[in-house]
Write a protein that binds this ligand. Structure first.
Ligand code: G6P
Length: 371
């Protein structure tokens, strides 16, 4: 069993460490740097079709839904097309507005999640063009889709999703560049620049994995906390959601992910000296940095413990937070890939220190194929 886990104690740990390779496999053969374009095997959407799209509806559950929220930022920024990110379990049970000018994108690691599959079929039957982002070749979702972008993460065994999430983010980024080129919102030069950012990501993941000893120290200090709050703005909002979900799933500590600006509308009431608050705060062009600093000061003023995930060269936040985890600075749209990794490690180490069954958390299934 240990051999299967490549010497790791748990599959989850193995899968976290596999991410530089997994992400490189998502990109391999798809990036056309000279042309400033993206190649997807089986892509059958004509330029006319892509230009006539009026909306993208992303359908997903759980961690895959979080990648969809990050994907919204990518697609809206690069392809200037409105994106709605729907919880598949809600979408399927209402009377959703779907038109033939809509593109439905199902995101699913397993390709078998019942809610996502049903929502996808619903969107398709109402006339949307339907494509999937999926990790399992031949799964139900890929059979239903007109074509699929495979994430190529390799088998994911740990119930808590890790490499499936980061590879979904990368697939969405490639999709955003492709749509941007086809819709004329990205020039060749701009696409080349975005793709160049992508080439740096596997190395950045290798570098960010070196934060594990620092994350372990934080895990030890807070392993008995009752609640955690995760805050992020813009593309870091889905990272906050995912960080909280990971912790909940395997450590059984109550955790909430919030958009930083919403803290004053509720979670601030919870903050006291027992409350660790993870603030995901790499510098981002569209997110006023001062606002993040404001969040940190508000937490500190109430005695809360701030764990800040910040850029390597950040000189400002370091002094304000109780603990810092430094990560390599990626471009804003790809920063979620890098920033998520310390949070996966945090959840992993807290759960491991608490003696939990990391790979098989109670009450959860890897793939929920029933309602
Ligand atoms: C289950 C898993 C989650 C996963 C979700 C969606 O709840 O425990 O890790 O994110 O299903 O799964 P999918 O295979 O559709 O991405």
């Amino acid at each position: 069993m240990m051999a299967e886990k490549g010497g790791h104690k748990h599959f989850m740990h193995k899968e976290i460490l596999e991410q530089p390779r997994a992400v490189a496999d998502t990109v391999r053969g798809r990036m056309l740097l000279t042309e400033g374009d993206v190649h997807f095997e089986g892509w059958n959407l004509t330029p006319e079709k892509v230009r006539s799209l009026s909306k993208i509806t992303i359908l997903a559950c759980g961690t895959s839904w979080h990648s969809g929220v990050a994907g919204k930022h990518m697609i809206e920024t690069l392809a200037r097309l409105p994106v709605e990110v729907e919880l598949a379990s809600e979408f399927r049970y209402r009377d959703p507005i779907v038109e033939s000018s809509h593109l439905a994108v199902a995101i699913s690691q397993s390709g078998e999640t019942a809610d996502t599959l049903a929502a996808f079929k619903e969107a398709k039957s109402r006339g949307a063009t339907a494509i999937a982002i999926c990790n399992v070749i031949g799964s139900a979702m890929t059979r239903e889709a007109e074509f699929s972008v495979m994430t190529n993460a390799g088998p994911e065994i740990g119930v808590a999703s890790t490499k499936a999430f980061t590879t979904q983010l990368v697939a969405l980024y490639l999709l955003a560049v492709k749509l941007g080129r086809m819709r004329g919102t990205l020039s060749v030069a701009a696409a080349q620049e975005h793709l160049t950012h992508l080439t740096q990501i596997p190395k950045m993941i290798e570098d960010v994995l070196k934060c594990e000893p620092a994350v372990k120290r934080v895990a030890r200090e807070f392993m008995n906390a009752q609640d955690f709050l995760f805050l992020g703005r813009g593309p870091m909002h889905p990272v906050a959601l995912e960080g909280a979900l990971k912790l909940k799933e395997i450590s059984y500590i109550h955790a909430e992910g919030y958009a930083g600006g919403e803290m004053k509308h509720g979670p601030i009431a919870l903050i006291d000296e027992k409350m660790p608050v993870v603030v995901i705060a790499p510098k981002q062009p569209h997110v006023a940095y001062e606002k993040i600093i404001g969040n940190i000061e508000e937490v500190r003023a109430r005695g809360g413990q701030v764990i800040a995930v910040i850029d390597e060269d950040d000189a400002q936040v370091g002094g304000l937070a109780n603990h810092v985890i430094r990560i390599p600075a990626a471009c804003a749209l790809l920063a979620p890939v890098v920033a998520t990794i310390p949070l996966q490690l945090l959840a992993y180490h807290v759960a491991e220190m608490r003696g939990n069954d990391v790979d098989q958390p109670r009450n959860l299934a890897k793939s929920v194929t029933v309602e």
